[in-house]
Design a protein around this ligand. Sequence first.
Ligand SMILES: [Fe+2]
Length: 241
Amino acid sequence: MSDTSTMGRRLAGLHERLTPAEQANLKLILGLSAGRLVAATEAEAAPGREAVTDALEMLCPYDVPDPRGVQYRGRPDFLTDELLASLIEESGHVGKTAVPYDEHYLGYGGPVAGRLATSRELADLVASVVPKAEATGVASYLYYRDAGQGIIPHIDTDIFSLNVLMMLAHDIPDGTPEPSALHMHYADGSKERFQLESGEVVIFLAGTQAHSRTPIRQDERVSILTFGFMPEGAPLENYKR
Ligand SMILES: [Fe+2]
């Protein structure tokens, strides 16, 4: 067993001996560390990156063959052109009062997104790739509008430990050399680029798998709808805003 795998195992072992509040703190520290380490280019970052990635994978609350990368990418059958159009329309309304953060604007889901968040169709899609995940009912519209907005590599907290991300619209100005994209970051320092079409959905374990969105450029716009899921039977208070 390598030193880094031992370190990952010891971190995961430590988690078992902590109170729930301490476990949440350890998970947060591991997530913050992973976010920093996956983006680090210096060679010294590699052992730490592997150790925290190992620990996070051992602590993954979902039983999937491989928690890395995306669990699903595609256009689900239930997402008809009509439904996509009404979600895009709703995102336009919600977007007018979305709250600005440094990295994006955030709007809470409206009735159309809310219905989908707790729908049988969405639950079935998630269950087909990640067993024993339960909808939190939380749907959020995210908007990247101002040049430079994007999200640096990170691991999400419990509320989005399983993230269903739907691309609604991506306006790309002519001549943009490399449009903004979702990236997955791996333990070996590599990354995988996902440039999603309108209506494409990805499902990934956002509480385990480090991810980012590269910054948008002037006049580039990205609108996304996300749905949170949690492990079946988990204490709901950890998964609500
Ligand atoms: Fe995230």
